[in-house]
Design a protein around this ligand. Structure first.
Ligand code: PGA
Length: 258
């Protein structure tokens, strides 16, 4: 198996941006630009909870899919401020970002909670985009490989081989997120290949070959083509550049042509 048999996925991660009218305007602008990607590249916008219903309505009938930016591991209960997987499913949401480094850094997310959220999402029928990545200090200390292998093992603990085919892994070096300091295509490819070999160890070769692995971290209209050309980089998780329709579309088109 090779890259051409895997699903290429370009996902925007809007983070804490856009009111409902702004979300509507951005999605209306994106829709016609990326329509040609249908059947070739999956295009997703992961939006704040408050925008989900608007986003679902605006993108209905188009090839733009909608994702949430987090999900709780319980289906209901006394968890003030949290949103459950059944709540997202009821809205028609298909994807959810889990374990983004900003959640890990600012909101106490651990590999254990990332794992619980991933299992809950899968059980409810959502497709998790599980984020992993090393800190700059960890890269400097030459332990990137260990850090990533550990995250993959813990975050996917007790996820079955059948389930993992519905998981997207986003490799996001923490030092590259929102910093403009993009990983070189070689650095990104090296870690994405490592993630695939870790998946092969935990599952088997065929399963590992079927999983979409994205790169994220300052990916933009200028550097996307080189990154997406690498054999183990099947797509991108895009922060800043996903807030501008033209830039986001340039990245989608690079994936279509890649
Ligand atoms: P960035 O964010 O593209 O703004 O670096 C990526 C992400 O956080 O997913």
């Amino acid at each position: 198996m090779n890259k051409s048999t895997r699903k290429a996925i370009i996902a925007g991660n809007w983070k804490m941006n856009n009111t409902r009218p702004e979300a509507k305007a951005l999605l209306e602008a994106i829709k016609p630009l990326v329509a040609n990607a249908e059947g070739n590249v999956e295009v997703i916008a992961c939006v704040p909870f408050t925008n989900l219903e608007t986003a679902m309505n605006v993108t209905a009938g188009s090839n733009v899919k909608i994702g949430a930016e987090n999900v709780h591991f319980k289906s209901s209960g006394a968890y003030t401020g949290e949103i459950s997987a059944p709540m997202l499913v009821e809205l028609g949401v298909e994807y959810v970002v889990i374990g983004h480094s900003e959640r890990r850094q600012y909101f106490g997310e651990t590999d254990e909670t990332v794992n619980k959220r991933t299992l809950a999402a899968l059980e409810a029928g959502l497709k998790p985009i599980v984020c992993v990545g090393e800190l700059e200090w960890e890269r400097d200390c030459n332990i990137t490989e260990e850090v990533i292998a550990r995250q993959i093992k813990l975050d996917l603990w007790s996820v079955t081989a059948e389930q993992v085919k519905n998981v997207v892994i986003a490799y996001e070096p923490v030092w590259a997120i929102g910093t403009g300091k993009v990983a070189t295509p070689e650095q990104a490819e090296e870690v994405c290949a490592l993630i695939r070999s870790q998946l092969a160890k935990l599952y088997d070769e065929a399963t590992a070959e079927a999983v979409t692995i994205q790169y994220g971290g300052s990916m933009n209209a200028k550097n996307c083509a080189e990154l997406l050309a690498k054999p183990n980089i099947d797509g991108g998780l895009i922060g800043g550049a996903s807030l501008k329709a033209d830039d986001f579309n340039t990245i989608v088109q690079a994936a279509v042509n890649g």
